[in-house]
Ligand binder design. Structure first.
Ligand code: NAD
Length: 353
C-alpha cells in the first residue's frame, strides 16, 4: 500500500452516455456561451457541419483543418477565422489532433472549450499540449489548456476503423500502465488506472470482432476516459519517452508506435514495479503484464513490429543513444544493453521479456 502521496484533481465537467451529443446546445447555454466554432479534421468535416447546423444560432461555423501534431500555422489560421466569425468558444469534434487544435486556441485566446472525443487517445482529460513549429515539437502543461467540458457519446466512436480502434486503445492503456508506477502516483489514480486497463482488456476484443457493438464500444470509451485522467494526473516514464524518441527522431506514427512498444516497456519495468504490475496483471487477467499486453495486442490485430512501420534495424543503436542522452526517472534504471534488447524485440515483433 502506498503510504505517502499528493492527490490533486483536475477540474472537468464530464457528460457520458449514448446520445449525449444532443446536449451540446444545453451545455453551451449552461456556460453562457453564444457562438461556438466547431473544429474537426478534413476527414470529419461533414460531421462537424452537421453539428454546427444542429446548433442553429449557437454556431459560428466550422473550421475543419485540424492536423496531426498541432502545427502552429494551422492554429493561426483557425484563430483568424474564429475572430472573423466572432466565436466565443470552440467545440472539438475528433481525436487528439482536433482536441490539440482547440487547446492551442484556448492557450492563445483563453476561450472555453467543449471536447467531443471520437477516439480513445484521452487528450480531452489533460492540461497538456504538444505543438509543432518549423518541424520542432514542444510540449507544455497549463490549466487553461484543459477543456472545461467533455461529452462522451458512444455513437461517435462506431465509425472508428478497427485498426485505429486497436492502436488508440493500446495507446490509452499505456497512460494507465505508466501512471501505476509513476513517481507521483497516488492511490486514487492507481484505482482509475487499473479500472481503465480492465475496461479496455474486456472490451477491445469484442469491439474488433463487432465494431458496432455499442455495449463493448461504451466500455472502451469509459476506458479511454479513465486512461486520459491518468495521463493528465501522473508523470510518464520509459514508455512515453521511448515513443517520443521514435516519433520525434524517426517519424514513426503515434498510436501504432505506442501499441507496439507497450508490452515491451511494461516487461522491462515489470521486475522493478511489483505493486503496479500486480494491478496490470489483475486488470488483464494474465499472470504476466508484458506478455498479457502482447497477447491482447495480437488478439486485436494491432501491429507488433516496428520494422512494419519503417523503423530500420540499424536505427536501434541510434534510438538507444538518444533515449540514454536525456536521462529521466523510471522505476528500473535505463541500461544500454536492456534498451537495445527491448528495441530489437519490438523491431522484430518478438514476444516481450
Ligand atoms: P487523430 O485525432 O489524429 O485522428 C486520426 C484520424 O482518425 C483523423 O483523420 C480523424 O479524423 C480520424 N477519426 C477520429 N475519430 C474517428 C471516428 N470516430 N471515425 C472515423 N474517423 C475518425 O488520432 P488520435 O490518436 O486521437 O490523436 C493523436 C494525436 O493526439 C497525436 O498528435 C498525439 O500526440 C495527440 N495526443 C495528445 C494528448 C495530450 O494530452 N496532449 C493525448 C493523447 C494524444
Amino acid at each position: 500500500m502506498q503510504t505517502h502521496f499528493i492527490y490533486e484533481t483536475l477540474p472537468a465537467r464530464v457528460i457520458f452516455g449514448e446520445g449525449k451529443l444532443d446536449s451540446l446546445g444545453e451545455e453551451l447555454e449552461r456556460a453562457g456561451l453564444k457562438k461556438a466554432l466547431v473544429l474537426s479534421t478534413p476527414h470529419q468535416a461533414d460531421w462537424a457541419h452537421e453539428i454546427a447546423t444542429s446548433l442553429g444560432t449557437l454556431s459560428a461555423g466550422v473550421f475543419s483543418q485540424a492536423a496531426m501534431h498541432t502545427p502552429v500555422t494551422v492554429t493561426e489560421d483557425a484563430i483568424n477565422f474564429l475572430n472573423k466569425v466572432g466565436a466565443d468558444c470552440v467545440v472539438e469534434l475528433g481525436g487528439g489532433s482536433t482536441i490539440g487544435l482547440g487547446k492551442a486556441i484556448a492557450l492563445r485566446t483563453g476561450l472555453p472549450q467543449i471536447a467531443v472525443p471520437t477516439t480513445y487517445a484521452g487528450s480531452e482529460m489533460t492540461p497538456i499540449l504538444g505543438q509543432t513549429e518549423n518541424g520542432v515539437k514542444t510540449t507544455q502543461k497549463k490549466p487553461v489548456i484543459q477543456p472545461g467540458t467533455v461529452i462522451y457519446d458512444v455513437n461517435l466512436t462506431l465509425t472508428l476503423p478497427p485498426a485505429l480502434t486497436a492502436t488508440s486503445g493500446l495507446n490509452a492503456m499505456a497512460h494507465a500502465v505508466e501512471a501505476l508506477y509513476a513517481q507521483d502516483r497516488n492511490p486514487i489514480i492507481s484505482l482509475v488506472a487499473e479500472e481503465g486497463i480492465r475496461a479496455f482488456a474486456e472490451s477491445l476484443p469484442a469491439v474488433i470482432a463487432a465494431p458496432n457493438d455499442k455495449s463493448a464500444r461504451t466500455k472502451a470509451q469509459y476506458g479511454g476516459w479513465l486512461c486520459g485522467i491518468c495521463l493528465g494526473s501522473a508523470g510518464m516514464a520509459l514508455h512515453h519517452k521511448l515513443c517520443h524518441v521514435l516519433g520525434g527522431s524517426f517519424d514513426l506514427p503515434h498510436s501504432e508506435t505506442h501499441a507496439i512498444m507497450l508490452p515491451h516497456t511494461a516487461a522491462y519495468n515489470e521486475p522493478a514495479a511489483a505493486e503496479a504490475m500486480d494491478a496490470v496483471r489483475r486488470a488483464l487477467g494474465n499472470a504476466n503484464a508484458g506478455q498479457g499486453l502482447w497477447e491482447l495486442a495480437k488478439s486485436i490485430n494491432a501491429p507488433l513490429a516496428l520494422k512494419d512501420l519503417g523503423f530500420k534495424e540499424t536505427d536501434i543503436e541510434k534510438a538507444t543513444e538518444i533515449a540514454l542522452k536525456n536521462p529521466y526517472w523510471n522505476p528500473r534504471p535505463l541500461e544500454a544493453e536492456g534498451l537495445r534488447a527491448l528495441l530489437r524485440r519490438a523491431w522484430a515483433g518478438d514476444t516481450p521479456q
